[in-house]
Structure formats: structure tokens, C-alpha cells
Design a protein. Structure first.
Length: 490
């Protein structure tokens, strides 16, 4: 490949001489008219140039800043040298869906936020390069879908979100017969239902599912554990189980007027506008209407940007802290602003008012000021006396986050030990209090990032492999166990 003009630059100072270059980005006018991804991929020359900005730290903070411990400096060096397939293979060695994490991870809070260049220059564009090398590998047929030799053991995975897909992938690579059970009619979990296509196109998730099918993973949709099948029943057919379904119950609004018509939870709105998944509710019409989104995370940004694409006359985010203490990513905030969203910071809704027909017309708010930091490190908001004001609205979308969906009463799921927050308790191998049943992701840690679900799933897959390998060794005679003592590494 051509070296390009940057080869004449002193390599030790590439980070200084080469500015960070953002990946291609569609114009606002074009992207608000559809739900296609906003960002494109680097070309080869730009990817190599941007990778050369990595200073190859002796103690790379980007690696420790990544929940998966991705070997970032190593695949940066390979990318800079034009060895894209080798770089992608190294990326896949620590992540089961790098092409997806590259799109949805808040890199500014993780790997890029830990980059040593921060404070001296813009950080290395880790996410964009990770996306480039993995899309390059797919385009060149270098992502191997060949099934591993079967080991004779079966595992059930409940949930087809990032945790379920990652656990299934890890186990299939080790020769397990894996069946994924999904309660919804569409595979992908929150990757499909909760993340709009302008951030993660559904074809990207479908490609990952197809890859797992080629590796031998079986998918069954419309099956809910605790209703259609029990854990006990699954354990009769499988050697182990992984619980990987997410937290999808909206946190309550908790203010007067929350029962008025025209007030909706964020997830049903996003599902309805971004997917073909059927919902037992009428269409949420925002065209030509004033939409207020309550909350300040990425889900709130998703609602704002989706409302704009659906023709809302106004999309306003109401958030009780300031921009600096907002949990949503800077990139998503900037995109929301570019696309026409407005923000009312240091503002908290105290009640919702309606008309004679019981439809919401007003969000009554109070101004807030920031006090001392709370347990999360963010400064706690407190109301300013006498600062109430009204915001006229037609539709309110609540994006205060998610909670765990209660287990069906009387199901054997309810026998699994949980903590005071309702999260499943697991050991250091991700196994629950029920022998042979493992769990990870939102069920264990509460609502969190995709990359955390992937990390938990990888740990659980290794825990399942250790558990079943040891169990089988005890079941067989000593002269039959030599081939069942694999080196168990992460």
C-alpha cells in the first residue's frame, strides 16, 4: 500500500503534527431525513495516519480505560503499518463485537478519555479506527464463521442482547452446542430495540447474528423463561444456562400528572420508531408537535434525535444538572444540537398539567442549582425557591433510565439470590446461587454499557467452561480425562 505523505513526519511527534481527524459525517439536512447511520468509515490512508498518532505508551492507559482490556496500542501499530486484517484479528481476540462497540461505546469516558494525549492534544481516535479495521475485515471475508468441533455439551443462553450474543459466541468457539432463547420476536435485544439505527444500523446486528448462526448457534424467539419454560426445564436439556436479558422497565416519573395522556416511556417510543417489533399500544405521533424529553443520558439524546426525524416541531431536553454533569456522551449531545434539539439545563419538572380531555399540555418546572458532589461524584442539584415556570408541550417522553423487570411470580427465577437493589448476585465466575446457572450484564450490575455486558458475558463463558470441564472430569474414569484438561485461559 502507498505510504502517504505523513511518512516524512517525525514519528515521535506524529501526535503533535497530525491533528485528530473525525470520521466522515453526513450533513444534518441529509441525516435528519432518515434513520441511516450518521458516521461513515475512514479511508485506508486516513486510518493509517490517525493510528500513527498513538505514542505507544509503556503503560497504556487506554487499555486500562477499556472494560475489555482491548490491546489498543498493538492494533494501532498494525493499523499504522497497513496490516488491517492483523489489527482486526487482534481486536476480535478481546471483544466479541468490536464493530458494534466501536459504534455505541462512549469512548470519551473510556479508552479515549484515558488517552495520555489528553491535555496536550486531542486523543487518538480509537473508536473510529476500531470500526475501520473491523469493517475492513468483514469486507475482505476475514471474519471466520467456521464452527468449532463439538465437545458434546449444551448451553442455553437467555437473551439475545450484547451479553447473550457475546456469551454464545465465546461458547460456540469452544465447541458447545448453544441455543439462544429470546422473548421478543426480533433478535438483538437493546442493540436493536433500544439503540436507534442512526447510531447502529440493524444490518450490523443482523450480520453478527448471522455469523453466530454459521458457527452453529441456534436461535429461538418468542420464548420467555418463567412463562414458557422454567430454569429447571432448561437444565434438564442443557448442561448450563447463562442469563443475559437486560433491564427494560422504565423508572417511574414520580410527579403529579404522570398519568396524563401524551406521556410515554422512552423505550416504547424508540422501539416503535426504529424497528418493526409489534407493540401493544397505539402509534406515538410527534409530527408537528412540541416534544419534551425528561432526562439527560444517551437514551434522552436518542429520543430527541428520533423525535426530530419523525417531524416534531420542537424537541426540548429538560435536565436537572448542567452540561458538565450530564451523563450523556458529548458526541451525542453535539449531534443533538446540530440536528435542532434544545436543552434546558438546571431545570427539574415538578408536575405535569393537562387539558379538559386529560392530555398533557404543560411541564411545570423549577430552576436548580448545584451543591456538593453526591456518591457518583456529580454535584447534587437543589431547587431554587420561587423559580417555578411552565413549558408548553404536546408530548412528554421520560428517559430516567431503566430498572430490572420483576421475575414472574412463582417461577424458579425468583429463587436465585439477589441483593437489596434486586440485582442477581454472582461469584467471581459469574455463577448465581443456582448451580450451573450464570448471569451477567444489567441483571447483575443494573443498567450499564454494552461493553460491560460483553465483559460479563466473556467471564461467564469462561466460568461455564471451567465448571463443565471440571464436572465432566469428575464424572469420567481417570483414564478418560486426559483430553478434558484444557488450559483455561481468558
Amino acid at each position: 500500500m502507498n505510504q502517504g505523505p505523513w511518512t516524512e513526519i517525525d514519528a515521535q511527534h506524529d501526535w503533535y503534527n497530525l491533528p485528530r481527524s473525525a470520521p466522515p459525517k453526513r450533513s444534518v439536512k441529509e441525516r435528519v431525513a432518515d434513520f441511516l447511520e450518521v458516521y461513515g468509515d475512514y479511508d485506508e490512508a486516513t486510518a493509517r495516519e490517525q493510528a500513527r498518532r498513538c505514542v505507544e505508551c509503556a503503560e497504556p492507559l487506554c487499555v486500562s480505560g477499556c472494560p475489555l482490556g482491548n490491546r489498543i496500542p498493538e492494533w494501532m501499530l498494525l493499523t499504522a503499518e497497513g496490516q488491517f486484517l492483523e489489527a482486526a484479528a487482534l481486536s476480535r481476540s478481546t471483544s466479541n463485537m468490536p464493530e458494534i462497540c466501536a459504534r455505541v461505546c462512549p469512548q470519551e469516558r473510556l479508552c479515549e478519555g484515558a488517552c495520555v494525549l489528553n491535555g496536550r492534544a486531542e486523543p487518538v481516535a480509537i473508536g473510529a479506527i476500531e470500526r475501520f479495521i473491523n469493517e475492513y475485515a468483514f469486507a475482505h471475508g476475514a471474519v471466520d464463521p467456521v464452527p468449532a468441533p463439538p465437545n458434546g455439551m449444551r448451553v442455553a443462553v437467555l437473551g439475545s442482547g450484547p451479553g447473550g450474543l457475546s456469551c454464545a459466541d465465546e461458547l460456540a468457539r469452544r465447541g458447545y452446542a448453544v441455543t439462544v432463547y429470546e422473548s421478543q420476536p426480533t433478535l438483538g435485544g437493546l442493540l436493536v430495540n433500544g439503540i436507534p439505527a442512526f447510531k447502529l444500523e440493524k444490518s450490523v446486528v443482523a450480520r453478527r447474528v448471522s455469523l453466530l448462526e454459521k458457527r452453529g448457534v441456534v436461535f429461538k424467539v418468542g420464548v420467555t423463561v418463567g412463562r414458557d419454560i422454567s430454569l429447571t426445564g432448561l437444565l434438564l436439556e442443557h448442561d448450563a444456562i447463562f442469563l443475559g436479558f437486560g433491564a427494560q422497565q422504565a423508572r417511574p416519573l414520580g410527579i403529579p400528572g404522570a398519568d396524563l395522556a401524551g406521556i410515554y416511556d422512552a423505550l416504547p417510543f424508540l422501539v416503535q420508531k426504529n424497528t418493526d417489533t409489534p407493540l401493544d399500544m397505539p402509534p406515538i405521533d410527534v409530527r408537528g408537535k412540541r416534544v419534551a424529553v425528561l432526562g439527560g443520558g444517551d437514551t434522552a439524546m436518542d429520543c430527541l434525535r428520533t423525535a426530530i426525524r419523525c417531524g416534531a416541531a420542537e424537541a426540548l431536553c429538560i435536565y436537572r444538572r448542567d452540561r458538565a454533569n450530564m451523563p450523556g456522551s458529548r458526541k451525542e449531545y453535539d449531534n443533538s444540537i446540530e440536528e435542532g434539539a434544545r436543552f434546558s439545563f438546571l431545570t427539574s419538572p415538578v408536575s405535569l398539567l393537562g387539558d379538559a380531555e386529560g392530555r398533557v399540555t404543560t411541564v411545570r418546572c423549577v430552576r436548580m442549582e448545584l451543591g456538593a458532589p453526591d456518591s457518583s461524584g456529580r454535584r447534587s442539584p437543589r431547587p431554587v425557591r420561587g423559580s417555578e415556570f411552565d413549558v408548553p408541550v404536546d408530548v412528554v417522553l421520560t428517559a430516567y433510565g431503566f430498572e430490572l423487570v420483576p421475575f414472574p411470580p412463582g417461577s424458579d427465577l425468583a429463587t436465585i439470590k439477589r441483593n437489596d437493589r434486586g440485582e442477581i448476585v454472582v461469584d467471581d465466575q459469574q455463577m448465581t446461587s443456582m448451580s450451573g446457572v450464570f448471569a451477567g450484564g444489567d441483571l447483575v450490575r443494573g443498567p450499564s454499557l454494552v461493553v460491560h455486558a460483553v465483559r460479563d458475558a466473556r467471564r461467564a463463558a469462561l466460568g461455564i467452561h471451567r465448571y463443565l470441564s471440571h464436572r465432566r472430569m469428575f464424572e469420567l474414569d481417570a483414564d478418560q480425562t486426559d483430553h478434558l484438561s484444557p488450559e483455561l485461559t481468558t
